[in-house]
Design a protein around this ligand. Structure first.
Ligand code: PLP
Length: 371
């Protein structure tokens, strides 16, 4: 048992236990377990938060990506740009709709796609769509430029927002100006459910309708099918859990941001780089992200283990280097940075309501090991 886990979801449950227990009991007593009032309420609240014309609750963040791509008309014969540094679901979604991924190298400073590589990938591969992922609690420094380039070049841009609930860009939710975006309610995400869940949101109402149809067997009526989709409906229980979490999310975000900032303040001067949000962003404090050379990273990992402190490596390998990419990867537009980036990343514990004492212990171990 870690003295300080990498992530601890119990604290946020215990902080709101009576309300969660009551909401779950209400949802169970309603006798309506899939979609229903809770999901409709969630979709309305979330659409208002994102200022989106349509929000569709689905079964997971992975399904959200696949449904978005299908609704955009992406399929066999199409090329889709994918960040080389992301979670595998981003890559997988492209393959699962029958299209071919081209990976784009990472920007070492903000962790998003490298803008020059992204531009080159559009020039060289004429993609139908592109995906970017806002991984660490902020987005790319070049977000506006990426969105504009895609508009100018007729490339549909899908933003994987699985980890960016609460991120603000130019004073607005980062989701707000996306053409189409997704999120995940995997429990460890900033806005997590008590199981799997996800959502797709877009300002294009017709696109949202298509997502809704595809995620419910292509239904146009109960036994009438306008397309071939699959079952990706959101559970009422998960929707109830997320709805209730919306009442507490600002407290949780404040706590996360405070911890993210604490690490930045207290790890200065050591031989490691603590990443931070580019100008124009308010981060959501999803995680701490450090980069340090591979030997130091190994030493620090050993010290954290010895002290019973959890840590993460989000994400330890580039998409283009995964054995599972073989046979699917059309091309990798690369300056060779993704491998270096992934081999130097280390994440210290960060979760809502982490205590000052816990943060002090972690920082003390890092200082003792690296100073
Ligand atoms: C960037 C990114 N995209 C997509 C997903 C997939 O979400 P889910 O686990 O809800 O399917 C994740 C989840 O870890 C993620 O981190």
């Amino acid at each position: 048992m870690n003295k300080i886990p990498f992530n601890d979801l119990r604290a946020q449950y215990l902080a709101q236990k009576p309300d969660i227990d009551a909401a779950v009991a209400r949802a169970l007593a309603s006798g309506w377990y899939i979609l229903g009032k809770e999901t409709a309420a969630f979709e309305e609240a979330f659409a208002a938060y994102c200022q989106a014309a349509g929000c569709v609750g689905v079964n997971s963040g992975t399904d959200a990506l696949q449904l978005a791509l299908r609704a955009m008309g992406v399929g066999a014969g199409d090329i889709v740009l994918v960040p080389d540094v992301t979670f595998w679901a981003t890559f997988e979604a492209v393959v699962n709709v029958g299209a071919s991924p081209v990976t784009v190298d990472v920007d070492m400073v903000d962790g998003g796609v490298d803008f020059a590589a992204f531009t080159q990938a559009i020039d060289d591969h004429a993609p139908k769509a592109a995906m970017i992922a806002h991984l660490y609690g902020w987005g790319s420094a070049q977000l506006q430029a990426i969105r504009q380039l895609c508009k100018d070049r007729g490339v549909m841009l899908l933003e994987d927002g699985a980890q960016c609930y609460g991120v603000e860009f130019d004073g607005k939710s980062i989701y707000q100006e996306a053409y189409i975006s997704t999120t995940s309610f995997y429990p460890a995400k900033v806005l997590g459910a008590a199981g799997d869940g996800g959502a797709v949101f877009t300002n294009d109402a017709a696109l949202a309708d298509k997502v809704r149809q595809l995620g419910n067997h292509g239904r146009t009526q109960h036994y009438g099918y306008g397309s071939v989709g699959w079952n990706s409906r959101m559970d009422s229980l998960q929707a109830a859990f997320v709805n209730l979490s919306l009442d507490y999310i600002e407290q949780r975000l404040a706590s996360r941001r405070q911890s993210a900032d604490y690490y930045r303040q207290h790890l200065r001067g050591l031989p490691l780089r603590v990443m931070e949000a580019p100008a124009g962003y308010l981060e959501n404090g999803y995680c701490n992200v450090c980069h340090l050379d591979a030997p130091r990273r190994a030493t620090l990992e050993a010290a954290l283990k010895a002290e019973g402190i959890g840590f993460g490596n989000i994400y330890p390998g580039a998409m283009s280097a995964q054995p599972g990419a073989e046979g699917y990867l059309r091309a990798a537009v690369s300056n060779g940075r993704a491998a270096e980036y992934c081999s130097t990343v280390l994440n210290l514990p960060l979760f809502p309501y982490m205590t000052g004492a816990e943060l002090e212990i972690v920082v003390a171990v890092v200082k003792k090991t690296l100073a």
